[in-house]
Write a protein that binds this ligand. Structure first.
Ligand code: DX5
Ligand code: ZN
Length: 217
């Protein structure tokens, strides 16, 4: 799945949920590589979004790689269900209950399902804290906003973590950013080594998805 191009993963959190199939087909035609699906439980983050049945339905209508971002406590309880619903990538939070004490085990649980395993850190978590797990994950997601909502402002100090993580990764591993990505912040992240960009409002709040995706890339 890996090549040298920048992977664009539109976050459907900013899409029109009443017309989700149409929105997904539009970003697919507009050149998206992956589809970012934000799962929130109202505990790990102060918001509730979508769950397993929605992922299952999305899988039926798109060929895009489903990039599932679990912002939930105890993700280990739901990994199998998300994998069976068609997730191609499952990213868990290092800070979540069930992950911090058992990071390697949870990443292995994801890989055992034949799914790429991602590990994410919130703004307050230092890159050094996950150093020992970087090589065990297929993807590291550096949050550049406090997780929970779309449309927030990019936190520049978070992007600095990319410079620490990048040299510890090997070829084929993904370094992803999520939160406040636009034309300007995408450039910063790419310069610091990110090869996968999540963008919600920048894409879905525009009327030309293809142009936005092209600009980010
Ligand atoms: C926030 C989510 C993001 C969100 C990004 O917790 O993880 O994926 O959709 O939205 P923008 O790109 O609008 O900051
Ligand atoms: Zn996300």
């Amino acid at each position: 799945m890996y090549n040298n191009k920048i992977i664009i993963s539109p976050s459907i959190l900013s899409a029109d949920f009443a017309n989700l199939e149409k929105e997904i087909k539009q970003v697919e035609q507009a050149g998206a590589d992956w589809l970012h699906i934000d799962v929130m439980d109202g505990h790990f983050v102060p918001n509730i979004t979508i769950g397993v049945p929605v992922v299952k339905s999305i899988k039926r209508v798109t060929n895009l790689t489903l990039d599932v971002h679990l912002m939930i406590e105890h993700p280990e309880k739901y990994i199998d269900a998300f994998a069976d619903s068609g997730a191609d990538i499952i990213t868990v939070h290092y800070e979540a209950d069930g992950v911090k004490e058992n990071t390697e085990k949870v990443l292995n649980q994801i890989k055992t399902k034949g799914v790429l395993a991602g590990l994410s850190i919130k703004p307050k978590t230092k890159a050094n804290e996950i150093k020992q797990y970087i090589n065990l994950a297929d993807l590291i997601l550096v949050m550049t906003v406090e997780p929970g909502f779309g449309g927030q402002t990019f936190m520049h100090d978070c992007a600095e973590k990319l410079k620490i993580i990048k040299p510890l990764q090997t070829d084929g591993q993904y370094l992803q950013v999520d939160g406040g990505i636009n034309e300007e912040t995408a450039k910063i992240c790419k310069d610091f080594g990110a090869n996968s960009l999540v963008a919600g409002s920048y894409i879905f709040n525009s009327n030309d998805y293809a142009k936005q995706i092209q600009t980010l890339r």
